[in-house]
Write a protein that binds this ligand. Structure first.
Ligand code: GLC
Length: 636
């Protein structure tokens, strides 16, 4: 059978669906003889038909020998000039924004050949990479030289070993590299979310190639024609993970293919809603940290951003600006009672909206989408700040709520029964500090504290400056609960007894104080570090990092820890888990490079707070709830 068998089935559905084929086809034989067959990547025909000139010459992925593109000058200019779509234009009525229609054709000619000069690449790489066994100091992007600890040296070695290559080029890192693991399941794959701390560690060390390759290759996988029981997920969906497979073409020839998983093989068939959001966040970070903005300006990359945004902003039955998702659609990828509007997805969504607003230039074809992004940013931050926030005062308010209020100006808008306040919370909530709820739905507040969502709200300024401070105050006040012996609890507290039985479905992996059910995940250190640095409290991050450093190397870099205080290595924890290693390194590098860290977080955007699309403020007949609450939103 020829390479044609690698072609994905082209759908007979509406022509607006496009399908990707990442393939090595017969046509590779027509190429110049000096071009290795396996260096071919055929792009989606959407790029070909729309912008032929963008691809009509042979292109080469940027190689390490070009790594000096991180010139100070370029970076400085780039950083200050990259504020593309921040002007705020709103429109209350118009909900239609650009739809992208791309047609596929089996006959499209390959116009792009991304040729990878392996030799040149490795020359560059050996210059900039830390050689195994020779690690002494690390020179980071800020140009500072630091003495590396033993743990850091080992971490770099493990991270380098976890790198996955595709046609000779680094494209990502495997989730875990545990030599003793006889049943790696999908931990031998490159997960989109897991790669983010790896990418940041590489970028902060001045190595951009792997990140650039990752971004481009995962872009090729976006919306690959995948079906789960004859149903195809939406255009723009990014996979949860991918694997490089070697397939036999004939008796003598094998070729490498990238095989994505959109959840169709994942345990529980969970939808990777966070993948596209992380992809956008990483794309922006790549530009900010390298000064190479040409990547995000590429037509195919711009289209990728738009597809993700269109998918997220599509109209549905929603009553709220938050994204409605199924259980397990993010880092917590098993049933844990986080279906609905979980905070983690909302804060990543908000960040991705902010990134997109920066990266999309406003023009005729994008202006409707940019307007939709601005409107959603504004509505989402209002909703989260106003309705997700809890502190001692707010809990007391909820405790005294009247219920069954039928009106547009009800105080208890979501009809929360005060009996829902869990007894643990009354004792636990400190005088100082507060946090954002885990989830909010009609008659339902999830009072658990979810770490990633709260930290990412701080980082992206989804929460107000005061709320950001209060979140860190809460961590400080509840240090033993959230950090204990190992940073950081994924959520707090655990679901126990009947709650565990009913909400997790008696999941033996998520028993109380284990894994997603309030286990401790060292990878979350980098997000904590970023939040602390943004709020001018790096000492908190340093304290947590020092605690982790004492154990991680000796414990062989576990995926997670168990028990109330994170005392034990997790029951089924993988060892040599890459994002544990990368999270640790990224935290170190961020703390050593505050200027670089500052490129990764956002300050309050006052322009966004002014947007109100409901139009009620103008009629005077009814009061706009947002205008009424505005003073509070700013000070809270
Ligand atoms: C587990 C985690 C998920 C992670 C994956 C690979 O499934 O829950 O967040 O991406 O492992 O490490």
């Amino acid at each position: 059978m020829s390479a044609i068998h690698l072609l994905r089935r082209f759908s007979m559905k509406s022509p607006s669906r496009f399908h990707r084929s990442l393939l090595f086809s017969k046509s590779s034989m027509d190429l110049p003889p000096d071009l290795p067959r396996n260096a071919l990547i055929r792009p989606s025909s959407r790029f070909l038909s729309t912008y032929p000139t963008a691809f009509n010459s042979t292109q080469r992925l940027i190689s390490s020998s070009n790594s000096n593109w991180i010139s100070e000058k370029a970076r400085r200019i780039g950083v200050s000039l990259r504020e593309l779509s921040t002007s705020v234009e709103t429109n209350s009525g118009d909900k239609t924004f650009e739809r992208i229609h791309v047609q596929s054709s089996l006959n499209s000619n390959p116009l792009v050949i991304e040729r990878i000069h392996k030799d040149e690449e490795t020359v560059g790489e050996s210059d900039s990479r830390v050689e195994i066994g020779e690690v002494k100091n690390v020179e980071t992007l800020g140009g500072k030289v630091r003495e590396e600890s033993e743990a850091e040296k080992e971490a770099w070695r493990i991270l380098e070993d976890s790198v996955v290559r595709y046609c000779g080029s680094p494209v990502g890192t495997v989730a875990a590299n545990d030599p003793g693991d006889k049943l790696p399941l999908n931990y031998d794959q490159v997960f989109i979310r897991d790669f983010v701390p790896s990418a940041l560690a590489f970028l902060l060390k001045g190595e951009g190639d792997i990140v650039r390759n990752f971004l481009l290759h995962t872009l090729q996988l976006q919306s690959w024609e995948k079906t789960v029981d004859c149903y195809s997920p939406g255009q723009g969906l990014m996979p949860a993970s991918f694997k490089v497979r070697t397939v036999a073409l004939d008796e003598n020839t094998t070729e490498e293919v990238l095989d994505p998983d959109f959840g169709e093989s994942a345990i529980g068939r969970v939808a990777p809603v966070d993948s596209g959001l992380w992809w956008i966040i990483l794309l922006r970070a790549y530009g900010k940290l390298t000064g190479d903005f040409s990547l995000q300006e590429r037509i195919d990359v711009q289209t990728g951003i738009k597809l993700i945004m269109n998918l997220c902003l599509a109209d549905g039955f929603d009553m709220f600006p938050t994204l409605l998702v199924t259980d397990g659609s993010c880092m917590i990828d098993r049933r844990m009672g986080i279906h609905g509007h979980p905070l983690e997805i909302q804060s990543l969504f908000y960040s991705a909206l902010r990134c997109s607003r920066e990266m999309l230039p406003v023009n005729d074809s994008s202006k409707d989408l940019v307007r939709a992004i601005n409107n959603r940013l504004s509505a989402l931050s209002f909703h989260i700040r106003e309705y997700y926030w809890v502190d001692i005062k707010k809990i007391n308010e909820i405790y005294r709520y009247k219920t069954e209020e039928y009106s547009t100006d009800a105080t208890n808008k979501f009809n929360i029964y005060p009996e829902q306040i869990p007894p643990w919370l009354m004792d636990w909530i400190p005088e100082q500090g507060g946090y954002l709820l885990g989830n909010l739905q009609p008659a339902h507040m999830d009072f658990r504290f979810f770490t990633l969502g709260n930290f990412w709200s701080v980082v992206s300024s989804l929460s107000t400056p005061k709320q950001n401070e209060a979140i860190l105050n809460l961590i400080e006040a509840k240090w033993d609960d959230i950090i204990g012996n190992m940073p950081l609890k994924i959520c707090y507290p655990a679901l126990e007894y009947d709650d565990w039985r009913i909400i997790t479905g008696s999941d033996p992996k998520n028993t109380p104080w284990s894994y997603h059910n309030s286990g401790s995940w060292p990878t979350l250190l980098w997000q904590f570090t970023l939040a602390c640095m943004k709020m001018g409290r790096p000492e908190l991050a340093e304290k947590a990092l020092a605690l982790a450093e004492k154990r991680l190397m000796a414990d062989r870099w576990p995926e997670y820890y168990d028990t109330r205080s994170g005392k034990f290595i997790g029951k089924q924890s993988r060892l040599y888990q890459t994002w544990t290693v990368a999270g640790f390194l990224t935290s170190k590098l961020l703390l050593a490079n505050p200027e670089m860290a500052s490129l990764l977080f956002w300050e309050e955007d006052y322009e966004l707070l002014d947007i109100c699309v409901c139009g009620l403020s103008k009629t005077g007949r009814k009061k706009c709830s947002r205008v009424a609450a505005k003073t509070q939103i700013l000070v809270r």
